[in-house]
Design a protein around this ligand. Structure first.
Ligand SMILES: Nc1nc2c(ncn2[C@@H]2O[C@H](COP(=O)(O)OP(=O)(O)OP(=O)(O)O)[C@@H](O)[C@H]2O)c(=O)[nH]1
Ligand SMILES: [Mg+2]
Length: 299
């Protein structure tokens, strides 16, 4: 028997936990069962109590106190500890049946997705072997990034890096669409949905033309970073990143407004398609079961 789930990832504050809560509510509204797993050892508050919470195994604050580690080192330690105690995760998940959608809420530290091999190992454990979960990554990037185009491309690169590293079905989501509603024209938005590298050439917020290129933009961004985050080298780097993303042609985004049921339903249908959830449910339709019973096939 297969199991079905989604791994909700993305940078800090991207709206992962909010998306998980909204998805759970949406599933409940549609009478679909789900199993909520929190793998963020620093998460304190939940709209829905997790069915499985990494904090019952290890908590980031304890690790930071006892091991004298900072938040990022502490998080890596927590995940290494989880990998050494995988039964904590696998045993309860063994019991989850195929009509459930397993929703796994991940922490936001980007190191976890890019620098260390823990996540690929974890994904292999979940997707292969006895658990055999059909898992889809849902990578969130917040829509407000589109105001700062270099930031948008760097976020998109992190999404692509996770896609390449994890080698699993993957959807990218622009979260918090409510925050940019009315501010970005539809045609302009489409250039972010399928990232267009030319966005950097016609960025209205950056002075990139003529001799002023290397000038500091102190009037816009006073502070130490302004000399690094402007100038021709920074522009060239951003263009190279955007070109790389375009060359791979792998990243496009779905739009998510958690307050809009239709938006949630659309994202869920992409997840369902990626993990082939409905294919597994078809034989379980009540009329099929009744027919099986009447034909003496059940049990
Ligand atoms: N306007 C708006 N705010 C949102 C939305 N989703 C999340 N937020 C806010 O963004 C902040 C971060 O949301 P979380 O859901 O905790 O984000 P997260 O990705 O789980 O954060 P970490 O787990 O800390 O990495 C909170 O203040 C949320 O209220 C959204 O769709 N719209
Ligand atoms: Mg969270």
């Amino acid at each position: 028997m297969s199991k079905y789930g989604t791994l909700v990832m993305g940078p800090a504050g991207a709206g992962k936990s909010t998306f998980c809560s909204s998805l759970i509510q949406h599933l409940q509204n549609n009478k679909r069962p789900c199993y909520y797993v929190n793998l963020d050892p620093a998460a304190e508050e939940f709209d829905f109590e997790p069915d499985l919470d990494i904090k019952d195994l290890v908590s980031l604050s304890d690790v930071m106190d006892e091991m004298s580690l900072g938040p990022n080192g502490g998080l890596i330690y927590c995940f290494e500890f989880l990998m050494d105690n995988l039964d904590f995760l696998t045993e309860p998940l063994e019991e989850v049946t195929d009509e459930y959608l397993i929703i796994i809420d991940m922490p936001g530290q980007i190191e976890l997705y890019t620098h260390v091999p823990i996540l690929p190992d974890l994904v292999r454990t979940l997707m292969r072997g006895s658990l055999n979960i059909n898992l889809c990554a849902a990578y969130l990037l917040e829509a407000t990034f589109i105001v700062d185009r270099p930031k948008f491309f760097s976020g998109t690169l992190s999404a692509m890096s996770a896609m390449l590293m994890l080698e699993m079905p993957h959807i990218n989501i622009l979260s918090k669409m409510d925050l940019v509603k009315g501010q970005v024209k539809h045609r302009e938005l489409k250039r972010f949905i399928d990232p267009d590298p030319n966005l950097l050439d016609d960025d209205p917020t950056r002075k990139t033309k003529g001799e002023d290129k290397d000038e500091l933009k102190e009037y816009e961004d006073p502070g130490l970073t302004s000399s690094v985050m402007s100038g021709s080298s920074f522009d060239r780097l951003n263009k190279a990143v955007a070109q790389l993303i375009d060359d791979f042609s792998m990243v496009s985004f779905l739009r998510l407004d958690v307050k809009d049921e239709d938006s949630l339903a659309a994202v869920l249908s992409y997840i369902d398609d990626a993990i082939q959830y409905h294919e597994a449910q078809e034989p379980k339709e009540p009329k099929d079961e009744a027919m099986e019973e009447s034909m003496g096939l059940s049990g």
